[in-house]
Design a protein around this ligand. Structure first.
Ligand code: ACO
Length: 337
C-alpha cells in the first residue's frame, strides 16, 4: 500500500469532511416526459449520457438557496452542530438566486446562521472543487474550525426546454459538507485550473453585464445554457483524466490505492473514460448521473451523500471535475468517518 510522501502543505492541519447532506426537490422529470417535449428518446439519452431522470425544483419564488438551505439544515441536524458554531459558509453555484446578494448570504439567513463571512464561488461545474479548495485554506491556517461548503444549482432556471441538445442533461439539487480540522484525515492535495478561451463552447449568452437582459435577449432565447456538446466532450474527457493523472503522480498513488473516484457527473461516458485512464474499476467509481442528471455544483456532494454508508475512515478519494469556462480541478483526500 503506497502512501503519499509528497508534503503538499507545511502545516499538517487538514480540512476533513466530517458530515454531508443532500437535497433534491420532489418533482422528477423522466426521459419519457422529455420525449414528449422535444425530439428525443429514452434510448438516445441513456445511451449518450447515462441519465434516466432528473429532479426539478418547481414552486413560485424558490431558487437555489431553497435547496442549499434544505441541505445545510439537514447537515447541521445530522452533525449536531448549532448554527452559531459555523465560522464561514461558501456556496458554489452557477445559478445564484440573484446577481446579488449571494446565495450563500441567503442560505445563512434561512438557516439561522448569523454574522459570519459567506460568499458564492462561480466556476461552473468545477465550482465545488474550487469552493473546497478555498475553504480548506481557512482550516489549514487554523483561522476557522467549522466551515460549511454548499454546492447547489437550479439548472432548470437556465435551461431551454425546446433545445434537445441541452434540456436532457441537467437537473436541480444541492449538497453540503462540514469541514473541520483534523491531524489524521482530510484534504491532502488540490488542483484548480481554467482556460477562458473555452467560453464560446459553453456559456449563457445574455443576462450578465456584457449583454444585460432586454426584451430582445429574451425573444432570442439568450438566457439559457448554450453548449457545443461534442467540443466540450473532448475537452472534458482530456481534462478530467489529466487532473486525475497529475494528482495521482504527485501523491505517488497507484490505481489500487484509490478507494473512490468522485467524478463530476456530466456524462456517464466521460466518467467511464476517466476511470479507465486511471485504471479504477467501476465498483470504486461514484455514479449518480442516472437519477440526478448533471446538477452542476451539486453533483459531487450528492455523490458523497448517496455513497456515505459505504465509506469508512481513511478511504482515499480522488475528485475530478470539468466545467464551463473552461474550468477544471481535482482533490485528493482521505475520508474522516
Ligand atoms: N436526442 C436525440 N438526438 C440528439 C439529442 C437528443 N437529446 N441531442 C443531440 N442530438 C443529436 C444531434 O442533433 C446530432 O444529430 P446530427 O448528427 O443529425 O447533427 C447527434 O445527436 C449527435 O450530437 P452530438 O452533440 O455530437 O452528440 P454527442 O454524442 O456528443 O452527445 C452530449 C451530446 C451528451 C451533450 C455530449 O457531447 C456531452 O456530454 N458533452 C459534454 C458535456 C459536459 O461535460 N459539459 C461540461 C459540464 S456542464 C457545465 O459546466 C455547466
Amino acid at each position: 500500500m503506497s502512501k503519499p510522501t509528497k508534503t503538499v502543505r507545511k502545516s499538517q492541519l487538514r480540512a476533513a469532511i466530517t458530515g454531508v447532506c443532500g437535497y433534491v426537490p420532489p418533482d422528477v422529470l423522466t426521459n419519457a416526459e422529455l420525449a414528449q417535449m422535444v425530439d428525443t428518446s429514452d434510448e438516445w439519452i441513456v445511451d449518450r449520457t447515462g441519465i434516466k431522470e432528473r429532479h426539478i425544483l418547481t414552486g413560485k419564488g424558490l431558487g437555489t438557496s431553497h435547496m442549499g438551505a434544505e441541505a445545510v439544515r439537514g447537515l447541521l441536524a445530522k452533525t449536531a452542530t448549532a448554527p452559531g458554531e459555523i465560522d464561514l459558509l461558501v456556496c458554489a453555484t452557477t445559478t445564484p438566486d440573484f446577481v446579488f446578494p449571494s446565495s450563500a448570504n441567503l442560505i445563512c439567513d434561512m438557516c439561522g446562521i448569523r454574522n459570519i463571512g459567506s460568499f458564492d464561488v462561480q466556476a461552473a461545474c468545477s465550482g465545488f472543487v474550487y469552493a473546497l479548495t478555498i475553504a480548506s485554506q481557512f482550516i489549514e491556517t487554523g483561522k476557522y474550525r467549522k466551515i460549511v461548503v454548499v454546492g447547489a444549482d437550479k439548472m432548470s432556471a437556465i435551461i431551454d426546454y425546446t433545445d434537445r441538445a441541452t434540456c436532457v442533461l441537467f437537473g436541480d439539487g444541492a449538497g453540503a459538507v462540514l469541514l473541520e480540522p483534523s491531524r489524521k484525515y482530510g484534504i491532502i492535495d488540490t488542483l484548480i485550473s481554467s482556460d477562458g478561451s473555452g467560453m464560446p463552447y459553453l456559456h449563457q449568452k445574455a443576462g450578465g453585464s456584457r449583454f444585460p437582459p432586454t426584451a430582445d435577449t429574451v425573444t432570442q432565447r439568450l438566457h439559457y445554457v448554450h453548449q457545443e456538446g461534442a467540443s466540450v466532450y473532448k475537452f472534458a474527457v482530456a481534462r478530467m483524466a489529466d487532473v486525475a493523472t497529475v494528482l495521482m503522480k504527485r501523491n505517488q498513488l497507484l490505481s489500487e490505492d484509490i478507494d473512490w473516484l468522485v467524478p463530476h457527473q456530466a456524462n456517464k461516458r466521460i466518467i467511464e473514460s476517466t476511470a479507465e485512464r486511471m485504471k479504477v474499476p467501476p465498483e470504486r467509481v461514484m455514479m449518480t448521473i442516472q437519477k440526478y442528471g448533471n446538477t452542476t455544483n451539486a453533483t459531487m456532494p450528492l455523490c458523497l451523500w448517496d455513497y456515505e454508508s459505504k465509506l469508512k475512515a481513511g478511504d482515499r478519494m480522488l475528485f475530478a471535475a470539468f466545467g464551463g469556462g473552461f474550468t477544471w480541478g481535482g482533490l485528493y483526500l482521505t475520508w474522516a468517518y
